[in-house]
Design a protein around this ligand. Structure first.
Ligand SMILES: [Mn+2]
Length: 141
């Protein structure tokens, strides 16, 4: 199991490769706002755990295991953003909230949240009902 920090790297590396076709240490450092030497250290750790293959002058590639988990981590982040948006959380705090919770939920909880998002998406009337409750609660406060 990757640590939260390893998850952040794998998520970002997967996204960079998806967007640009490659992930350089400098790109990862910029995206995660960390020093390149920290990236090198972590990349070596991820290599040791078989999530990727890193060669100093040739860059890095994700292994099948790294791709699989990277894809799930990106999905998890996007699902949690969709979920918070759906239930009406202020968009300005959504990204930070997701960064704060994403590593601390079980995959069971993620899948159940997925069900709930689907529940609201399949019938917009359900969302209207939620919004009515929220309006009422706002009036009380
Ligand atoms: Mn994330």
């Amino acid at each position: 199991m990757p640590t939260p920090s390893m998850e952040d790297y794998l998520e970002r590396i997967y996204l960079l490769i998806e967007e640009k076709g490659y992930a350089r240490v400098s790109d990862i450092a910029e995206a995660l706002e960390v020093h390149p030497s920290s990236v090198t250290k972590m990349v070596q750790k991820l290599d040791k755990s078989d999530y990727l293959v890193y060669e100093r002058y040739r860059g890095l590639i994700l292994t099948a295991k790294g791709k699989k988990i990277g894809k799930r981590l990106v999905y998890r982040h996007e699902l949690l953003e969709d979920f918070l948006k759906l239930i009406g959380v202020n968009e300005q705090v959504i990204y930070q909230d997701v960064e704060g919770i994403e590593h601390h939920l079980s995959w069971d909880a993620i899948d159940r949240i997925g069900d709930l998002v689907q529940f609201f998406q399949e019938d917009k009337e359900r969302l209207v009902q939620l919004q009515e409750i929220q309006k009422k609660n706002e009036e009380v406060n």
